[in-house]
Design a protein around this ligand. Structure first.
Ligand SMILES: Nc1nc2c(c(=O)[nH]1)N[C@H]1C(S)=C(S)[C@@H](COP(=O)(O)OP(=O)(O)OC[C@H]3O[C@@H](n4cnc5c(=O)[nH]c(N)nc54)[C@H](O)[C@@H]3O)O[C@H]1N2
Ligand SMILES: Nc1nc2c(c(=O)[nH]1)N[C@H]1C(S)=C(S)[C@@H](COP(=O)(O)OP(=O)(O)OC[C@H]3O[C@@H](n4cnc5c(=O)[nH]c(N)nc54)[C@H](O)[C@@H]3O)O[C@H]1N2
Ligand SMILES: [Mo]
Length: 738
């Protein structure tokens, strides 16, 4: 297999490596970032100072290398900008004026404010705002859930990532791990659908490259000819948000041309006849109009996909980010069963193998502490909720942000800033740095980085459990999230057992250690080895659905979904365990096409004003907005830019390097234009992640994204965003800089 340094050469920062004569200690760690690759890391330490981080050579998937982001993790750990002490605001909100306080004062202030807000307005006036700054089971997504459930705070619905895709996938095949990424080497046909693997899932690429070397065809479907698309056998450009049309037309062709695996369909699927009827109208000619892909290419793709077994589809998270994203995933999830792809190792679908990990979620969600009927607010609506755009019986008066940077990652940035600026809002932010969000806090709290804390991981990209041993003492007065919530619980007088657990006890609670997948894996063995593969068949043999056994109510691939009858749903994991307030909208049980909301077809008036589609995918050198303040990473990522097709640029008199204003009715941002044929005409791209305070216009793509949900799982519609682009008039530009 190709090595990672051949695929994506590391950019070494000489200043990050301290050459010390002291005896070096090697500590086994695990990357904490929100990424499918969850790498096993090796940290060297001399005299209590970390001197290097590298990827484990023994862990197969990590394959001896980290990525461009985490290679320079020490730059983050030892950054002079790290928050080291609690602080309170000493100037207007957003002015970045803070003064140091003690932890005692910080905790006492928060407890007093939370208590007085609860007394005056009710505890639903307080809301957490968190996501996946760190991904470990004990410090990550659910670390504060017990506290806020006990407090009776508004439940935060956190559907940033894959919530819609997961609903669709669960409706079709159930919560299955799907194809083992290590089995990809056995695939004969690999369809990479809306995923920029070489930037966002780097460690999968060697398996794809190996399959390609052995003769597999690799096809990438994306509106942008990304670095991944350039490395594929074939690149198929597609209009954003129209993936469902392509998938339905592929089903149409496969059925019409008799390319189905009839025995597999008979034994392991439900609703084939209904599906046949449903796709009759979804012809390649119709899909071609929708997607912009020539009819012949659609037919060839369907034929090659069906006839090159085992074939596998890797779907990226990006596929869910349009009005019909959920139904697109529904249609794609039907494809492998139709052609019997699941029969052999390396055949089927890879979405989110997280489901293979027997994480002990209830121990962290502590749903029994939640008052049934507690209000739920989706975080995409936070800007609206803070500024009167949502009708609320109880106003929001207290906000606690941790593991997240909502100013950059939530849509509706302008209203978010307006809301965070409210004098009557008490805001607490725990982070490593004074982020765009932390700048608006009343109390800022310093958090430890991964080197300063223990944690244990699942993965949403492979089948290994990884363990992070702490390698250095916390810098300054930084504390892990677990310790923060212990202190807050004590100050609030919460005495339930859930709040008394030490970090050691939390780690022991992380998994159902008796589950079959954990056989041979203990907390102790993980600490010693750093990583272990789940107890599953080897990648050479693992074909989880060769004999059906889907994790749906019928045990089959459900073309007609029984779960759809219960209506649209959000998995409780994404909402502090809450099952309340299910939208309950009935969902058509057969896959169908929902066009993007903001297109000239669906919305010609809007498209007249704003004819270009804005995508805001992941940056190569940042993880969401993390690392976007580190000089080394900024150097690799370069300045924020807008990729625009030369045809669209010429029509607006734009040349590469010019400053452009990107705008719609919701907001605007200003960046440098880069004309690039890699982007389809009609599409523009500005990678998300860069900080508002480092931008020309004090705004980022988030100011243009709608707060409207996609069809399933309350997923975002980041890709369903129309804009116009114009040259910046030299006068009147806001060049104020943070
Ligand atoms: N370097 C880096 N790696 C990351 C992250 C990061 O920020 N930086 N973030 C991590 C996280 S949280 C996630 S969720 C994953 C996400 O990883 P991916 O799923 O790869 O997500 P994106 O980069 O947002 O989008 C992937 C591709 O989808 C394309 N795309 C956008 N809209 C559409 C569409 O409607 N249809 C099709 N077919 N393609 C579309 C984009 O052009 C882009 O090339 O990456 C993880 N890894
Ligand atoms: N326009 C647009 N918006 C998007 C997306 C997109 O593709 N386009 N992608 C969406 C997706 S897929 C995702 S996953 C979300 C990601 O959204 P977030 O999870 O909010 O990601 P980050 O911006 O990286 O913010 C994480 C913050 O947590 C901090 N942090 C890290 N570790 C710790 C810790 O141990 N303790 C504490 N207290 N803080 C810590 C980091 O320093 C950072 O400031 O963004 C979403 N937003
Ligand atoms: Mo994500």
């Amino acid at each position: 297999m190709p090595t990672l340094s051949e695929i994506s050469p590391p950019i070494a920062d000489p200043s990050a490596t301290v050459h010390s004569p002291a005896k070096e200690l090697t500590v086994l760690g695990a990357c904490p970032q929100d990424c499918p690759d969850s790498c096993a890391m090796v940290v060297t330490v001399a005299d209590g100072v970390a001197t290097s981080v590298s990827g484990s050579k023994s862990m197969p998937y990590t394959n001896g290398g980290l990525c461009v982001k985490v290679d320079n993790y020490l730059d983050k750990v030892y950054s002079p900008d790290r928050l080291l002490y609690p602080m309170k605001r000493s100037g207007p909100k957003g002015s970045n004026q803070f003064e140091r306080i003690s932890w005692d004062e910080a905790i006492a202030t928060i407890a007093e404010k939370f208590t007085s807000i609860s007394e005056e307005f009710g505890s639903e006036a307080i809301m957490p705002c968190n996501y996946l700054g760190t991904q470990g089971i004990t410090q990550g997504l659910n670390v504060g859930d017990a506290f806020f459930n006990r407090l009776g705070a508004t439940v935060a619905e956190r559907t940033y990532c894959d919530a819609g895709s997961c609903t669709a996938y669960a409706m079709t095949v159930g919560d299955t791990a799907g194809v083992d990424p290590e089995s990809f080497v056995h695939s004969k046909f690999i369809l990479v659908w809306a995923s920029n693997v070489m930037s966002t899932n780097l460690h999968l690429w060697p398996y794809i490259a190996e399959a390609k070397k052995r003769g597999a065809k690799v096809v990438v479907i994306d509106p942008v000819k990304t670095r991944t698309a350039k490395a594929a056998s074939q690149y198929i450009p597609i209009r954003p948000g129209t993936d469902g049309a392509l998938a339905l037309a592929m089903i149409h062709v496969i059925i019409a041309e008799g390319l189905t695996d009839d025995a597999y369909i008979a034994d392991h699927t439900v609703g084939y006849d209904e599906l046949v009827e449903r796709v009759a109208g979804y012809t390649p000619e119709w899909a071609s109009e929708e997607t912009g892909i020539p009819v012949d290419d659609i037919c060839t793709l369907a034929r090659e996909y069906a006839q090159s077994q085992p074939s596998v589809i890797r779907i990226g998270v990006a596929i869910e980010r349009s009005a019909g994203g959920g139904q697109a995933v529904r249609a794609i999830s039907c494809l492998p069963a139709l052609v019997g792809a699941w029969r052999k190792p390396g055949g089927g679908l890879l979405q989110l193998p997280l489901w293979a990990f027997p994480v002990n979620w209830p121990a962290f969600l502590q749903t029994e502490l939640q008052t049934p009927g507690t209000r739920v607010i989706n975080l995409f609506r936070l800007g609206e909720a803070l500024t009167g755009g949502l009708e609320l019986d109880t106003p929001l008066k207290g906000l606690m942000v941790y593991n997240s940077n909502p100013v950059v990652v939530c849509p509706d940035q302008d209203r978010m800033i307006e809301g965070l600026s409210r004098e009557d809002l008490f805001t607490v932010v725990s982070d490593h740095f004074l982020t765009d969000t932390a700048s608006y806090a009343d109390i800022v709290l310093p958090a430890t980085t991964q080197l300063e804390q223990d944690d244990i991981n699942f993965s949403w990209g492979h089948l290994f459990v990884t363990y992070n041993n702490r390698s250095i003492e916390p810098r300054g007065e930084a504390i892990p999230n677990s310790e923060l919530f212990r202190r807050l619980a004590a100050a609030m007088g919460f005495t339930e057992a859930a709040f008394l657990r030490t970090d050691e006890e939390l780690l022991a609670d992380a998994y159902d250690w008796d589950a079959p997948a954990m056989e041979g894996i203990t907390l102790e063995s993980l600490r010693e080895k750093g990583w272990q593969r789940l107890n599953l068949p080897s990648p050479e043999e693992y074909a989880p659905h060769a004999e059906g056994n889907f994790r749906t109510p019928s045990g089959k691939t459900e073309f007609v979904s029984s779960a759809a009858a219960g209506g649209n749903f959000v998995l409780p994991l994404f909402r502090q365990g809450s099952n309340d307030h299910q939208p309950g909208q009935p969902v058509d049980p057969l896959p169908h096409y929902i066009a993007p909301r903001e297109t000239s077809r669906a919305n010609p008036e809007l498209a007249d004003k704003f004819p270009l589609n804005l995508l805001s995918p992941k940056s190569h050198a940042y993880i969401n907005s993390s690392f976007a303040n580190i000089a080394m990473h900024q150097k690799v990522q370069r300045e924020p830019s807008l990729l625009i097709n030369p045809i669209d640029a010429a029509a607006r008199g734009i040349e590469s390097g010019a400053q452009v204003r990107v705008f719609n009715d919701r907001g605007e941002f200003i960046v440098i234009a880069k004309t690039d044929k890699s982007v389809m005409p009609g599409v523009t791209v500005c990678s998300m992640g860069y900080w508002r305070k480092n931008s020309i216009s004090l705004s980022t793509p988030a100011s243009l994204n709608p707060t409207v949900f996609a069809d399933l799982g309350n997923a975002p519609t980041f890709s369903d965003t129309l804009v116009e682009v114009a040259l910046v008039e030299q006068v009147g530009v806001n060049t104020e800089n943070g």
